[in-house]
Design a protein around this ligand. Structure first.
Ligand SMILES: [Zn+2]
Length: 685
């Protein structure tokens, strides 16, 4: 909160009088709503029994909890502009045990619908063994079992009274469908949010009979002939395969890469099991009512191999997920106070947009600004847009920035698609089988793009069929690549695209077997990796080899973080990487801006209104930005009618002077605080 607002909030809080004139309309509505919100109780997605059982709750919580469903409270929330709220529903204690609390949510949902609000329901993914097994004794057979046949408990605090169900157990899935039926039929929910849908890191993988049989089926489908099985495993049959067991001398946390073919396939199988379970719920809900939005706590993309640790591979959720949330420990968006690293969820937003997921975050300040700039506001018929300014968390924030976003959310932040010059390919075998190197390289390369404001996407192998929308594809340390992907990349370059690859990219095949010759270097006519950045034309396109992305700080992994967030510092050779990239784009950069490297940008087209929308987010919250020049490639045919600045500091948009020279639209962005938006409007054809 800025100083002026802090003072004003204090004035409201302590009742001393300050004139409201001189305040922007966003500041005024902030103060009004902060005052109104003083008496609001924001509904909890946790039932009271959970807070009691886990401990650590506030003494007065039962009293406040009791008020959350009251008509007066819900009216207040609606009056504050809340479009939807998440209610407690099914935590995992068992339907019978939870029914009294579920009934409260049914009643609250009816009131909320009457007030024009939508209802989101929480569905937890663990089984509370103390209560659930009393009413459903057979559920003990649904548990995950590790290599010793022991259950797999929840990992936070002391909550070992929660066990994970096996993702391949049909009876558990059917039970959850009964839970969903109640949400659909009796609560008439508009959204389901599934929590705890991740698998635990080795050694806590489920090795139950169901999973082992399903794993062998998975292998059989993937390697249907004996010849293929022999080539992959050296054996005649996949039935012989066992997943490696862990012990003191063989610890999963000591692996730097996963070279064991059975373990590689096990990673893919675990990801597929989790995605299949979530996909089944998604299909079930949509089959019953396609207007219900469905989301999972998948978390985003970070410098830690969550494919390996948690069996989350986002592309598997394509078409089976409307939104996901972040909820990750170990990162605080903003500039890291120790190292100056620019930390945020931009990678997650980029990946989500290409897979058509929305993301749900909304803490005040930079996280909200980042979300508004980068998030894909997915549309679900009936539910509407997953409006970033209105999501479950964001709508509880009352600040001039949040008020500004809500004012303009529907008009400028919906129905957009981002403009991209480049794509970073995070290829499955590189990312899944590398625990450190590929994650460090990808993170640092993306950091260069983010901080130099290169417009980019993050894509996976599944998306390499549509490379023509990019001028350039970047492969940062993508050490393991299949020939199929390399052939696609080569075809992209032959057709005029630029392929940039770094370090050990393509040194290994898709099984992480070292190649005798690097096929990408071979396309450049090189036998060995050159020591300096090397550029070669290749038919209509270009190949660029960058030997190294040089970390500016020593890379010191912490826990599962291959590169802890405070080390997301621009690499030492970021300037050279950026210059090389800019010079090798066939049509040049679509956006350049003279802002500091701590300011990120996203540029999108909104076809319906023929507008280009440019967002600037200043992560350096200590300083306002001085005015800076921006140049962009016009995106629509016809004259540029206006360039307008929208800012939480301005009551109304401000028209900016602009010029068009050498095919670029140029203007000066006035000094700004954390965020500003520029809207370029084009005349009709
Ligand atoms: Zn299992």
């Amino acid at each position: 909160m800025d100083r002026k607002l802090l003072l004003l909030s204090a004035a409201v809080l302590f009742g001393f009088h300050l004139p409201l004139q001189g305040l922007s309309r966003f500041e005024k509505s902030t103060l009004e709503k902060q005052k109104m919100a003083e008496n609001a109780v924001w509904p909890s997605h946790e039932p009271l029994q959970f807070t009691q059982r886990k401990g650590g709750g506030a003494e007065d919580w039962p009293g406040r909890y009791g008020r959350q469903d009251s008509p007066a409270n819900l009216r207040l929330l609606a009056g504050l502009g809340a479009r939807y709220e998440r209610l407690h529903f099914y935590k995992g204690f068992g339907l019978q045990f939870e029914m009294p609390e579920i009934r409260k949510s049914m009643k609250a949902a009816g009131l909320m619908h009457g007030l024009g609000m939508k209802v989101s329901l929480y569905v937890g993914g663990t089984m509370f063994i103390e209560t659930f097994y009393r009413e459903t004794p057979e559920a003990v057979n649904w548990e995950q079992r590790d290599q010793y046949g022991r259950p797999v408990p929840y990992i936070v605090d002391t909550q070992t009274f929660r066990h994970f169900a096996c993702p391949n157990e049909p009876a558990y899935r059917n039970y959850i469908k009964r839970v969903l039926d109640i949400g659909i039929d009796s609560v008439k929910t508009d959204q389901f949010f599934f929590d705890n849908y991740l698998l635990q890191a080795e050694p806590k993988s489920c090795r139950c009979e169901r999973c082992m049989a399903a794993f062998h089926d998975f292998l059989r489908k993937k390697y249907p002939t004996e010849e293929e099985v022999r080539k992959r495993f050296g054996y005649p049959s996949v039935d012989w395969i066992k997943v490696s067991e862990w012990d003191t001398y063989n610890r999963p946390e000591d692996l730097a890469s996963i070279d064991d073919p059975a373990l590689q396939e096990w990673i893919a199988f675990r990801c597929a099991s989790l995605a299949d379970q979530c996909g089944e719920y998604y299909e079930y809900i949509k089959g019953r009512n396609p207007h219900i939005s469905v989301g999972f706590n998948l978390k985003g993309l970070y410098s830690q191999n969550r494919i390996w640790y948690n069996a989350v591979y986002h592309p598997l959720y394509s078409g089976h997920c409307d939104f996901f949330c972040f909820d990750i420990d170990g990162m605080t968006p903003g500039l890291d106070p120790r190292t100056g690293a620019l930390v945020g969820e931009i990678r997650s937003y980029k990946m989500a947009r290409r897979l058509d997921f929305a993301c749900e975050d909304g803490d005040p300040g930079i996280e909200l600004a980042e979300q508004m700039a980068f998030s894909n506001q997915k549309y679900v018929e009936g539910f509407g847009f997953h409006g970033a300014g209105y999501n479950h968390y964001a709508q509880r924030v009352f600040s001039p920035l949040a008020e500004f976003f809500r004012e303009y959310n529907d008009r400028y932040y919906t129905g957009t698609d981002n403009i991209t010059d480049c794509a970073v390919l995070r290829s499955w075998p590189s990312m899944a089988y590398s625990v450190g190197a590929a994650w460090v390289a990808a993170t640092l390369a993306e950091q260069v793009l983010i901080q130099h404001r290169v417009l980019f996407d993050i894509i996976s192998d599944e998306q390499t069929a549509r490379l023509e929308r990019y001028q350039c594809v970047i492969l940062p340390g993508q050490e393991s690549l299949s020939m199929e992907i390399i052939d696609r990349l080569a075809a992209f370059a032959r057709a005029g695209g630029t392929l940039v690859f770094t370090g050990s990219t393509a040194d290994y095949n898709q099984y992480r077997q070292r190649r005798t010759a690097n096929p990408l270097l071979a396309l450049m006519g090189l036998e060995r990796p050159p020591a300096v950045t090397t550029v070669r034309s290749y038919e209509k396109g270009m190949l660029v080899y960058i030997p190294e992305i040089v970390p500016a700080l020593p890379v010191t992994p912490q826990g599962r973080w291959a590169l802890p967030c405070e080390q997301w510092v621009l690499p030492s050779n970021h300037g050279e990487i950026y210059q090389t990239l800019a010079a090798s784009l066939p049509r040049g950069l679509s956006l350049t801006a003279g802002a500091p490297l701590t300011t990120a940008a996203e540029m999108l087209n909104r076809k319906e209104s023929r507008e280009t929308i440019l967002h600037f987010v200043n992560y350096d919250q200590q300083y306002r930005l001085a005015p800076f020049e921006a140049r962009l490639t016009p995106q629509f045919k016809g004259v540029v009618r206006s360039v307008e600045l929208f800012s939480p500091e301005l009551d109304q948009p401000q028209k900016l002077e602009f010029s068009l020279t050498e095919g670029k639209l140029a203007f000066t962005v006035p000094g700004m605080g954390m965020y500003s938006m520029i809207v370029v409007s084009y005349g009709s054809l």
